[in-house]
Design a binder for this molecule. Sequence first.
Ligand SMILES: Nc1ncnc2c1ncn2[C@@H]1O[C@H](COP(=O)(O)OP(=O)(O)OP(=O)(O)O)[C@@H](O)[C@H]1O
Length: 783
Amino acid sequence: MSMTDQDWQEEQTRVKEVTQLIEGRIRKLEQEVGSVRGDVVEMRKDFWDEVTMNFSESDDVGETSTSMRQQSEILSDRERSHLHAYAELSKMKRLHQSPYFGRIDFTEKGEPGEAVYLGIASLLDKKDEHFLVYDWRAPISNLYYDSTPGPASYHTPSGQISGTIELKRQYVIRDGHIKFMFDTGVTIGDELLQQVLSRTSDAQMKSIVATIQQEQNRIIRNDRSRILIVQGAAGSGKTSAALQRVAYLLYRYREQLTADQVILFSPNPMFNSYVSTVLPELGEENMRQTTFQEYLEHRIGREYQLEDPFIQMEYVLSSYEKKGYTARIAGIQYKSSQQFYHVLNRYKELLEHTGMQFRPLRFQGQEIVSAADIEAKFYAFDPSVRLSNRCELLKDWLLKALSEFARKELKKPWVEEQLQLLDKEEYQRAYRRMRRKKRGKGDTFSDFEDEHIILAKMLVSSRLKPLRKWVKGIRFVDTKKMYATLFDSSEHIAKLSDRPLPEEWADICSFTLDHLRQGNLAYEDATPMLYLKEMILGFRSNTNIRHVFIDEVQDYSPFQLYFLKHLFPRARMTALGDLNQAIYVHASVLQQSSVLQDLYGPEESEEITLTRSYRSTQEIVNFTKAMISGGEHIIPFNRRGELPVVEIVGNKEQLQAQIINEIQRLKREDYETIAVICKTAAEAEEAYTALHEQVPVKLIKKTTMSFEQGIHIIPAYLAKGVEFDAVLIYNGSEEIYARETERKLFYTACTRAMHWLHIYSLGQPSPFILSARNQDYVRIDEM
Ligand SMILES: Nc1ncnc2c1ncn2[C@@H]1O[C@H](COP(=O)(O)OP(=O)(O)OP(=O)(O)O)[C@@H](O)[C@H]1O
């Protein structure tokens, strides 16, 4: 079917009409809204802070939803209707920029045909009768993404509807004018995708609704499985699909689901800023965003000096020579495994009968209740009572013991001494406070004696207050010691294991115990330690969250995934990752696909693989896919560019001078985002020092919160998930990238490039580069 001039004219006329209608609505809404502009403030805070209430006590969940309800009740009806008008206005403004991007003509059996136009929101005609534009998430819109012209059908809540697609058309509309228009046979024509992908990169991710591919659509609209596992090549649109999926779910389940009930775990804080505009662009509120580390900090950051994953990463990448390196690596792998998770589960069962460790209750050097007595009391409770409930019972028992102790303490000389020390004013104040307290209780005290005793009581009680708090916080349970016990010798843990321990066990033990003794918690110990704590004291789960998205899931260990499952018991999970980008040395959940399948069982799991890569040019994909196993399955999208360049230099001065030249050239050629990617933070620092006086570069650190256009110097592990027009690899030599563990880091770094990839190498280049065919890159030898 070919497009005629008449088609163009008709379509342009329609665009004009729709645009005028939108403009009319905008004028009306602006009047409605104008008077209270700025009145309604957004009430969102950092996720974990806000949810502190949610986590602080296990039975607080009800309270949290009450407090949320209260929040929304604060908004008066008037404000609510204004909010609605605001939302409507911003939707109209978005539609005004580009009212729709696609059309299908669909004839349902026995009905007249209908032209269905798709946009980012729905739009009704003047009489509110017909859809001028359908929301891209509406049931009928699925035809556009999933079917080709010919017989087709789609699901609606009331059943399946069959018919024929007569036409499928795509548009690019800007400011009321059609810029491009294509009729397509295949799913979504390559023409529009070509248009979209040839743009330069942005500081922020864009929505892809106009060009969602069929396989991506299956991810976005999946609503059957408990866990959806997405494995996809670098640049295949995993993150994009995840975000459009959030928008889809918020639309599809708008009666039940709010953005607050969806959480995205991302690789680092900067990534949060990178993706934060996609949902607002689609007219939805952002989901909650966090990192796993942020959660750990929230839960155990006060008790320990917590190592973050990037410090661990720096150690792994640059301490090969150090003593204890192999043992630490073996320890990281062991502690992140499913095996260790099972060990902890068995440990918990053991603790139900024996082995709980307690801190004694002490006051001013004297022991009120000894650890042994606490333990005896604990195991005297009925063994069928849960550990956490027994801890609660212990708490009550200890609080009673504390009151008893306080009574006896009243007569002790220190109390008298301290009372004597109160000066007159303090005494008066205490006396008045006491009177106030006593008033209304019918208690009167006439003589000095009474008064004195009451003051003594107050004194003792105030001295014991911290201890009471300590007991209430169940701090008498010594989780740290119980965790450490596992590393005391091999005997104890061997009884809990069904597999042999790592060879380096003795060294793993001494590393762990040393760290704990100093109050440090290595990254690999944080999750198991917290898990043990939760098993003993009761899991503080979050039942409000209904959808958990885990991006870069290959960087999570099996242990962490099991943990997240416990943490969000009522949620469905969408896990997206690429094993070839697994940059941590700990076991990756994607190493064996069974790990994720086992999480909820195969029946509850669904897996989708994405093999087309959209980020990089065909040349870059052909070059990078040679670095990894299974790379032959990656299909580049047909977009041409220049061959990657590998430039070998003889010394550092030359290296830095060449990079400066190259950055200047790229800037002249209007590349908007350029990254110099380094291996470690130390290397990035070095590059920054050498370059920043010649070219305007920004150094990205793990604390960097937002991402801007420009020239960045960035360690590879922080470049996760983001992309740049041009990537320069600071030093891709054999010396820097040769070990197996560095292969994936190098691959991740190179696959950040959209249009231009230039690798510098100080001396012999990395073997990963040399695995590419000679014709797939240009080699320049300056040596
Ligand atoms: N259907 C699509 N239409 C237009 N652009 C797309 C589409 N799918 C992906 N892209 C673009 O491809 C690039 C890579 O997408 P995204 O970052 O989602 O991939 P990813 O699989 O998460 O990558 P990585 O694993 O390498 O971080 C983005 O610029 C995205 O906008």
